[in-house]
Write a protein that binds this ligand. Sequence first.
Ligand code: MG
Ligand code: ZN
Length: 222
Amino acid sequence: MTEKIPVNQKLLSENDLIAARLREKFRQKGIIVLNLVSSPGSGKTTLLEKTIGALKDKYRLALIAGDVQTENDADRLIRAGGSIVRPIVTGGACHLDARMIERSLESIDLDKVDLLFIENVGNLVCPAGFDLGENMKVVLMSTTEGDDKPLKYPAMFRKASVVVINKIDLLGLSDFDLASARRNAREINADLIFFEISCRDGRGLDTWFGWLTSLIEKSGNR
Ligand code: MG
Ligand code: ZN
């Protein structure tokens, strides 16, 4: 097993080189890039569908949807009105890496993009270790999961800038405690920004859209 360590380090440093190249390109083009991560079933695709609906007439969105086996999520984003949607089917790999993103970007004209969302594979473990050149990692949690997720997956919450807590319409139906979730996350990373939303009844979504809008407006692309 010990021989594996240098190999992983080499892979990671190669990833970091590509990610740095991507980040510089995004900066030059004034594009905001958000890497959306969560466990399976937290509602990443649904949140992106809502976000497309709210912002597509005002801003130019691009979406890269990572999935292990299917293009179902990408198809949903296209049906929601996404005009630039690219699937990445990892064929078993449980995370996206910077090389996959670079390849996917070959078919996207970045001069026509204000905001790029990357929907990562549903997994809170290894996506933490792969920089994709994003401005921020956004972790989506939901009230149908444990509120101790930040303590179980500290690396991800340490690397993230934003936590979105989804399905708040279901609060009270499970043991999920909003205050505990926030406290657990802050214990790992005191700088986290929080959003509390329900994609089902729409609560909190305007605040999320407003925040995205201010990011785009500040990016210098508009
Ligand atoms: Mg999805
Ligand atoms: Zn992985």
